[in-house]
Structure formats: structure tokens, C-alpha cells
Design a protein around this ligand. Structure first.
Ligand code: ATP
Ligand code: MG
Length: 213
């Protein structure tokens, strides 16, 4: 008798700098998980992020811990150290290769905001990216969620290679959270409570020399 093949696990992969992680990230992951019936979403904080090589980024360990704090209460969310341990600039293709070798039977869905999607698809090797995962682009206030400029390339790909998903609009960015924290303005309700407390405990984003002020 044949065993019935178990359906492949569906894993979302959400890469990001997460400096800090905020509710825009969490809502995007939750919406996509529901829409595609994902078994799990793995958040993968970047190593030295490739688009941000010249910018100051908080230590990987702080970004990792904030991501753990923010996702701990959701049984379907987890966090991977893969990118922060690679110790070099993160490319999506490396993240996906690593996720695939860690979960060889899973079907991967790479979740990304409208802004980041355009970047990834502009700079990296398409063929390999689409062999590794399906791409889900989520709407983000202030950025256009359209694939018109990708049309020419998308023609050659299966229809489900890139899906655009409208998610509840949260006009939150990590840059704005950092700016607020630096100016002593509140980040409450933009990031999970535990992350507010972690930022304050570790004096993240406070200009050097004013930590105790
Ligand atoms: P920064 O301002 O430092 O660039 P960010 O808010 O863009 O930070 P990232 O860590 O760069 O956060 O983003 C990780 C992923 O989450 C990206 O794919 C990004 O497009 C997506 N994303 C970030 N904020 C939102 C949001 N408010 N709504 C939807 N997607 C988002
Ligand atoms: Mg960004």
C-alpha cells in the first residue's frame, strides 16, 4: 500500500534589518501567513545589510533579540540566526539557499515590502531566486505596489512566482522609530511593548554620550 504523500510544509521567510522590528513587519507576516496558509514564518535578521553598507546599523545581537521578543507570543513565528552568523553582507539568495538546506522539503515564500522587492529583483540573479522561493510583495504606504517595470521579466516566469498582496496599511518604518527614539519621542504602539523596553534598556538609537541624560 502506498503511503499518502504528506503535503509540503509551507514556510514564509521574512528578511529584514529589523532595526528595530515594528508592527508593519508583523502585520505583513501575519497577513501573508493567513493568505497562503503558511505553517510558519521565519524572520531572518540581516548580517551587515547590503543596501545599508554605509549606514550605521545596531549590533546584530540587539536586532536578533528584538525580533525574538516581538515574535515570541506567536506560535507560528520563529527567528533564524542564519544571516547574522554568516558574517558578511546579506544577499537574499544566500538567505534562501540556507533556508532551503535547513528545510529541504518545504515550499518557501519570501515576504517583502513593495520597496525592497524592487531592489532585490533589480540587483540579484532572478533565475536562482525563483528556483528557491515564491515571492510575495506586500503593500507599504508611500511605495507603489506594481510590477509594471518587471513585466518583461515576469512574462517568462510561472504565474505564481510573484504575488502582490494588499496588507493593512501601517505607515511605520524602522528609520522613523530610530529618529523618534533619538529625539526622546515615543515609539509606544509602533513597536511591541517588549521592544520599547529593550530599546530603552540598551539605550539604542540615543546619540553617543547622552545615554544617561
Ligand atoms: P528602514 O527604515 O531602516 O529601512 P524598514 O522599516 O524599511 O527599516 P526593514 O527591516 O528595512 O524595515 O524591512 C524589512 C522588510 O519589511 C522589507 O521587505 C520592507 O519592505 C518590509 N516592511 C517594512 N515596513 C513595512 C510596512 N510598514 N509595511 C509593509 N512592509 C514593510
Ligand atoms: Mg527598509
Amino acid at each position: 500500500m502506498h503511503e499518502t504523500a504528506r503535503p509540503r510544509r509551507k514556510l514564509g521567510v521574512m528578511g529584514g534589518t529589523f532595526d528595530p522590528i515594528h508592527h508593519g513587519h508583523l502585520v505583513a507576516a501575519s497577513e501573508v501567513a493567513n493568505r497562503f496558509a503558511l505553517d510558519e514564518v521565519i524572520f531572518v535578521p540581516t548580517g551587515q545589510p547590503w543596501q545599508k553598507v554605509n549606514k550605521q546599523v545596531s549590533p546584530a545581537e540587539d536586532r536578533y533579540l528584538m525580533t525574538v521578543i516581538a515574535t515570541a507570543s506567536n506560535p507560528r513565528f520563529s527567528v533564524s540566526r542564519a544571516d547574522i552568523e554568516r558574517n558578511k553582507v546579506t544577499y537574499t539568495v544566500d538567505t534562501l539557499r540556507e533556508m532551503q538546506s535547513a528545510h529541504p522539503d518545504a515550499e518557501l515564500y519570501f515576504i517583502t515590502g513593495a520597496d525592497a522587492l524592487a531592489n532585490i529583483l533589480t540587483w540579484q540573479d532572478w533565475t536562482e531566486l525563483f528556483e528557491l522561493a515564491k515571492f510575495v510583495g506586500v503593500s507599504r504606504p508611500g511605495y507603489e505596489l506594481n510590477t509594471d517595470h518587471l513585466e518583461e521579466h515576469l512574462r517568462d516566469l510561472p504565474a505564481d512566482a510573484v504575488t502582490m498582496v494588499e496588507v493593512p496599511a501601517l505607515a511605520i518604518s524602522s528609520s522613523e522609530c530610530r529618529r523618534r527614539a533619538a529625539e526622546g519621542r515615543p515609539v509606544w504602539y509602533l513597536v511591541p511593548d517588549g521592544v520599547v523596553q529593550y530599546i530603552s534598556k540598551r539605550h539604542l538609537y540615543v546619540p553617543a554620550g547622552t545615554e544617561g541624560a
